[in-house]
Design a binder for this molecule. Structure first.
Ligand code: HEM
Length: 232
């Protein structure tokens, strides 16, 4: 060890802390003081998505083996991760347009559309849907039947709810991100790929599992509000 090298604890060695903390620009190299906030949030979001993908992949494996309870444990973690990711957007919303302009200049052609974590979350969504449908098919029951009698199929009911949670929270993340974009760069400002809000709103309208959302409509299709029960 040279005299300049900082001693590192086992905690730091195990977690790779020196490497982790070297991944953000040092003070003098930052385009703006808020560049640290910008880098940390994006890096943390990538880490959460890395963990989410790991859990989804294993959950899909469990579902393919009809181990629904084990899959549920992992899928619940994923939805907690999604909730945290949404909450963390609030922190970056605290960047002013003024500070973002300085940071945007050093981003080059970089775009959130290139996020490996986000693109992996998109990629695994149909695999999760297929695994869920496989479980339902082997149990000889449809999502609609599960919802018609949730107490008869408690585990399958929780599974379909967990899968729709993934979808709902993903869309919620996109909605909050659109509000963030509107707040920082404005709805009409052209970005790298055209008008960002138009582009982002288009992708937000497409759910992963329309069939699970349709179950609700089907169940309410024959529902009528009926007589006025309380007012004569
Ligand atoms: C200062 C804050 C932010 C601004 C101003 C911003 C702006 C934008 C814009 C304008 C786009 C449209 C594509 C483009 O022109 O590049 C976009 C896409 C995207 N951004 Fe952000 N973003 C911010 C923070 C974040 C954060 C914290 C994440 C976390 C992962 C993120 C993830 C994404 C993703 C995944 C896309 C692609 C979305 C899709 O295809 O539906 N962004 N962002």
């Amino acid at each position: 060890m040279t005299s300049e090298a900082k001693p590192v604890s086992e905690y730091e060695i195990y977690l790779g802390v020196p490497t982790l903390l070297s991944l953000q620009k040092e003070g003098g190299a930052r385009a703006h003081r808020d560049e640290l906030l910008f880098q940390v949030i994006h890096q943390v979001e990538e880490l959460w998505m890395k963990l989410a993908i790991n859990e989804i992949n294993d959950a899909v494996g469990h579902l393919n083996a009809d181990e629904v309870a084990s899959a549920l444990g992992l899928l619940r973690r994923v939805t907690e991760i999604e909730r945290m990711m949404i909450g963390q957007l609030r922190l970056i919303e605290m960047m002013s347009p003024h500070s973002y302009i300085a940071v945007r200049k050093v981003l080059g052609q970089g775009s959130g559309q290139e996020s490996p974590g986000f693109n992996a979350m998109l990629r695994v969504a149909p695999e999760l849907g297929a695994a869920m449908h496989g479980v339902l098919k082997r149990a000889c029951v449809s999502a609609l039947e599960v919802h018609a009698e949730p107490t008869k199929h408690p585990l399958l009911f929780q599974l379909t709810e967990c899968v729709i949670d993934y979808d709902e929270l993903f869309q919620t993340f996109r909605f909050h991100h659109i509000m963030l974009v509107k707040r920082i760069i404005g709805a009409g400002t052209a970005s790298l790929k055209g008008k960002p809000t138009e582009l982002l709103e288009r992708s937000m309208r497409a759910p992963f599992y329309p069939e699970l959302w349709e179950v609700r409509e089907t169940m309410f299709a024959d529902f009528s509000r009926g007589e006025n029960l309380y007012k004569k």
